[in-house]
Write a protein that binds this ligand. Structure first.
Ligand code: ABU
Length: 371
């Protein structure tokens, strides 16, 4: 790990409550794809992370079977994993700073006290489109206050800049209606939620310029898609991808754009044919992930640090920094080598403990500015 130095928790260009942006200052929020040079980013914080608690049918639909029992109220992740994850996140933040990226970190939250989950996965909670930050209307009850608790201060500061639009999520109805009818007749529903109110995780969407590719999932419904479409700046359009994954929850281990015109996709979840139906990929080279056989199953991966919450496809959940640079987990040698063969410059960092808490480099970050 890099030596620890205190990270900048404040962006000097965003003083409390005011915008300091002059005529030639860089924007505070501006991102409309996943590969342009990264200038400003939020990196999550793992302290005090607890297993999320959610309705059993939702846990069954989305989480690896062997760990279902861990998803109960007030159940912290093992302390050595949380400690390791926090070190890895700090190291990741320092790595990005060393690449000239401005890094924000969330407020430290006691998730045990708040009956929440974590601050380590901000990608799930914020969708940045152009100059607009849209807070997720989380389906999971334990996540409804996650952004307010961990990133509320930063969102207020960014929202004070007149050039930035921050759309905070409405409170869900109480009692929530999202599961009504699901338990009574589970066979008649494709997903673990109904369509009674907008629900989405931002990580079910990826930006490809003015086209945003998304998926319906166990946490994202059609009203959620319509809600996002309503709030994105004019000119942006959401298109839904046909994904074959009954456990779907987040699209960022399914698609990995490396640069304009080149994308890796997960062949167990999408086909090239389904991707080609979207005009935005017309001239793109679409490459099936090349080492399907060697992707470890969750069971195999648990030989090291358990992946309590994700599929084995986290290998694809990496962060592109722009200029063909990419951050990859330090043990994913085969993929790193393949990426280098494709002209990518690979920066390696340890992240296995963060994996245990729910995601990899893409999940643990939110790009605020890509130029
Ligand atoms: N949140 C990213 C994990 C997606 C997956 O497990 O496939």
């Amino acid at each position: 790990l890099l030596t620890k130095t205190p990270l900048a928790h404040k962006n000097p260009s965003v003083p409390d409550g005011h915008s300091s942006r002059g005529r030639n200052s860089p924007p505070n929020v501006a991102a409309n794809n996943e590969w342009a040079p990264l200038r400003s980013v939020i990196i999550g914080r793992a302290d005090n992370s607890c297993f999320p608690y959610e309705a059993p049918h939702m846990i069954e639909a989305t989480m690896p079977a062997r760990f279902h029992e861990a998803f109960k109220p007030a159940n912290p992740f093992p302390p050595e994993i949380v400690r390791g994850a926090e070190e890895e996140l700090e190291n990741f933040a320092l790595l990005l700073q060393s690449q000239g990226v401005n890094v924000f970190r969330p407020t430290k939250v006691d998730w045990l006290q708040t009956f929440g989950y974590t601050g380590a996965m901000p990608r799930d909670g914020l969708l940045v489109v152009g100059n607009t930050i849209i807070e997720s209307c989380f389906a999971w009850k334990c996540r409804v206050d996650e952004m307010a608790n961990s990133l509320g201060t930063l969102l207020s500061k960014l929202g004070a800049d007149p050039s930035v639009k921050v759309v905070r999520a409405p409170r869900p109805p109480s009692p929530d209606t999202l599961y009504n009818g699901i338990l009574e007749d589970p066979g008649s529903h494709e997903w673990a939620i109904n369509n009674s109110r907008p629900a989405f995780d931002a990580a079910d969407f990826m930006r490809f310029g003015s086209t945003i590719i998304g998926q319906l999932s166990n946490v994202t419904n059609m009203k959620g898609v319509e809600y996002i479409q309503h709030h994105v700046p004019s000119g942006y359009k959401i298109e839904l991808l046909d994904v074959n994954d009954p456990h779907a929850m987040h699209i960022d281990a399914t698609l990995l754009p490396l640069r304009q015109g080149l994308m890796v996709y997960n062949p167990l979840r999408v086909t090239e044919e389904s991707l080609r139906r979207h005009a935005v990929f017309k001239a793109w080279e679409l490459v099936s992930y090349p080492f399907v056989e060697s992707v470890q199953t969750v069971e195999e991966a648990t030989g090291g640090v358990p992946r309590f919450m994700t599929s084995a496809w986290l290998v694809m959940n990496v962060l592109v920094l722009g200029h063909d640079k990419i951050v990859v987990e330090e043990q994913d040698h085969e993929f790193a080598k393949w990426l280098e063969g494709r002209g990518m410059v690979v920066l390696k960092a340890p992240f296995r403990n963060v994996h245990a808490i729910g995601g990899s480099f893409h999940c643990a970050s939110v790009d605020l500015v890509r130029s």
